[in-house]
Design a binder for this molecule. Structure first.
Ligand code: FAD
Length: 354
């Protein structure tokens, strides 16, 4: 039995666990066991969904694109498709002066689920025998000297393992912290930690605004194309089937990097007020200043702006340590994270069987 430990339960980790399970079913080996440790109470990481009363909203990733064939097959054939919905209204653009224009909607499909994007990780993990421990933040990685196995310690002091292989799914800065503090001697660790730490990130502060009335607009979302407006993106969750009851609206407003960093630690109520003003101004609708409820989330490590150098990542795999996620794929997108997870799981399964 090969014991595999996974830190983080994001989309990439779920896809890797799924790929491992598929290969395990096909192989004649002794099998694998997968243990996942996730710091939060939910699955799917930055593809995050919340519910309030009858309203469902994706407050991290907005949707998954259909431009990767393997991911399309995964979502439309391998996994159950009940509740998989397409956002058919277009994405329009705006510039730093607030000029709105009919944009090019480059995405064939913009998929989510009636019950939100977190379904992706839930459905993938449901296809596995992985044991998932939520609310378990990994603090330290230990590398056993003789047997070459891995152990983990969480922030409550509990120990996990031994594992024959270890998968690290947290965003690069959090993975870098784990590698820096790891009890693992060797040049490979240093080179990997340096490469992981070098991945640059964008921060996004997200405000969520609910209104007890409908908005009559011809688009699902607006994206700022010159990246010089305080708002980077406004999405309308009511355009996602099943998310918002008729007669209501819910805006997900993502501030740009500089604005988000400047206000990251400010009083959230003041930040929400400022963001509502910007949104009302952009959409030219004073009613948007008065939502009947709000929510917010600061994504410190929202989007990797570049990928990692792959040589140290592959070198670490020889020692049984695998990094995976959008930052390894080199694109801060859900489909890229899923694809990277599938490929990482398959590579590990291949290495295990050799
Ligand atoms: C605001 C926002 C908007 C976005 N919009 C889109 C979009 O519209 N379309 C799109 O395709 N993509 C979008 N993205 C990007 C998309 O969400 C990511 O590319 C994708 O979700 C990354 O998945 P992942 O598995 O690589 O990592 P993550 O989702 O970050 O998963 C990593 C997991 O590791 C856990 N973790 C971290 N540290 C520890 C620890 N020490 N111990 C245990 N667990 C730990 C985290 O809690 C998390 O669950 C957006 C992201 C954000 C933040």
């Amino acid at each position: 039995m090969t014991r595999i430990g996974i830190v983080g339960a994001g989309a990439a980790a779920a896809a890797a666990a799924y790929a491992l399970e598929q290969r395990d079913d096909e192989s004649a080996s002794d099998g694998i066991s997968v243990t996942v440790l996730e710091k939060s109470g939910g699955l799917c990481g930055r593809a995050a969904t919340r519910r309030r009363a009858d309203v469902t909203y994706d407050y991290g990733a907005n949707y998954v694109k259909s431009n990767d064939e393997r991911v399309v097959d995964l979502l439309t054939e391998a996994l159950e498709t009940d509740g998989l919905v397409d956002v058919t209204d277009p994405v329009w653009t705006f510039d730093s002066g607030g000029e709105i224009a009919e944009g090019r909607d480059a995405d064939d499909h913009k998929w989510t689920y009636e019950t939100g994007l977190t379904q992706i990780a839930k459905r993938l993990f449901d296809r596995t025998d992985a044991t998932i421990h939520r609310n378990t933040r990994v603090q330290t990685i230990h590398r056993g000297s003789s047997a070459g196995t891995w152990r983990l310690e969480d922030d409550a002091g509990d120990r996990w393992g031994p594992f024959d292989a270890l998968l690290l799914n947290p965003p690069a800065p959090q993975t870098a912290d784990l590698l820096r503090s790891a009890e693992w001697d060797g040049d490979v660790r240093e080179r990997l930690a340096d490469a992981v730490e070098a991945v640059p990130y964008r921060t996004i502060w997200t405000g969520v605004f609910h209104y007890p009335f409908e908005l009559d607009l011809p688009y699902y979302a607006l994206v700022n194309t010159d990246k010089a407006h305080e708002i980077g993106w406004i999405g309308r969750e009511e355009c996602k089937p099943g998310h918002v009851p008729d007669g209501e609206s819910l805006l997900v407003v993502q501030a740009n990097h500089e604005w988000s960093v400047d206000r990251y630690d400010d009083d959230p109520d003041a930040t929400l007020e400022a963001l509502a003003e910007l949104a009302a101004d952009l959409l030219g609708d004073g009613r948007l200043l008065e939502p009947d409820w709000t929510d917010h989330h600061g994504w410190r490590y929202a989007l990797p702006e570049d990928g990692i150098a792959l040589e140290p990542v592959r070198a670490a795999e020889d020692a049984g340590l695998y990094c995976l996620g959008d930052w390894v794929a080199g694109e801060g997108r859900l489909h890229a994270a899923l694809r990277n997870g599938l490929e990482t799981g398959e590579r590990l399964a291949e290495n295990v069987s050799n």
